[in-house]
Design a protein around this ligand. Structure first.
Ligand SMILES: Nc1ncnc2c1ncn2[C@@H]1O[C@H](COP(=O)(O)OP(=O)(O)OP(=O)(O)O)[C@@H](O)[C@H]1O
Ligand SMILES: O=P(O)(O)OC[C@H]1O[C@H](OP(=O)(O)OP(=O)(O)O)[C@H](O)[C@@H]1O
Length: 214
């Protein structure tokens, strides 16, 4: 049988993923300080590919990867285009989506069209549509907190972890939208054809959920 391919999100959650891979003795092949993007663990018959977080869902949905480890934010941002199975909440990478704006300037009438700056247009559109609020999206790629300060938008939709970035820029949370954490996702066809191997891997990750040693 071919190796199971697991797409790992590079960046912020990578270290948390490696801690679990160590616990599962699945890390022999991964050189954490390397620029390499693909690692083969022949013993466990698993291939790991290192992918930008916002691309993991694409690799899984297209079937290049059987499994992916990635933040729920990227799953939600891709949900209109990419159908994948979400198999497990890994309990790390915790943050939340919130609507935020400049402190003391957030009394908007429902009838107004709200200008919303965000890195996550799909999430913002779905959220405000569900609340019957007309919006105009201003798509940005980062440092989104700047937008309401300089008048580019009324509010932002962004990830909040400690709240320090909002506080440092004189912004306040208008409303919380949903909690976020890292998840294991699966390609739907792979899950049907490699169910036993996939469930074996997912169950191993599930066994680390109550590990206190990291
Ligand atoms: N404060 C936070 N900001 C952004 N992501 C966070 C935060 N806290 C936890 N996360 C989780 O970490 C994941 C990876 O975040 P990271 O910043 O590495 O990726 P990214 O934002 O897509 O990268 P880039 O900033 O290069 O576009 C996110 O998808 C999210 O699930
Ligand atoms: O609540 P906090 O702990 O301050 O974290 C929230 C910040 O973290 C992210 O920024 P990051 O620099 O990771 O990504 P970006 O390039 O999308 O701004 C996010 O966009 C917020 O700005």
């Amino acid at each position: 049988m071919d190796n199971i391919v697991i797409a790992i999100a590079k960046g912020r959650i990578e270290k948390d993923i490696y801690k679990r891979l160590k616990i599962l003795n699945m890390e022999e092949c991964i050189e954490t300080d390397s620029r390499k993007l693909i690692f083969k663990d022949e013993e466990n018959k698993i291939t790991y590919i290192h992918v930008k977080p916002s691309d993991v869902v694409t690799y899984v949905e297209k079937g290049v990867a059987d499994l992916g480890i990635v933040g729920k934010d990227t799953i939600l941002e891709n949900e209109n285009d990419n159908e994948v199975y979400e198999l497990l909440d890994l309990g790390f990478g915790k943050c939340k989506f919130s609507v935020a704006g400049v402190k003391g300037k957030n009394n908007y009438a429902k009838e107004e069209t709200l200008k919303v700056a965000t890195k996550y247009p799909t999430i913002a559109k779905n959220y405000f549509k569900s609340r019957g609020q007309k919006i105009q999206i201003i798509k940005l790629n980062g440092s989104v907190e700047l937008a309401p300060i300089v008048g580019l938008s009324d509010v932002i939709v962004d990830l909040v972890e400690t709240g320090n970035t909002l506080k440092a820029n004189g912004l306040e949370i208008v409303e919380d939208m949903c909690n976020i954490s890292s998840r294991i996702i699966a390609n739907r066809v792979s899950y049907k054809f490699n169910k036993n191997k996939i469930e074996e891997i997912v169950n191993k990750f599930a066994s680390t959920l109550d590990e206190k040693n990291y």
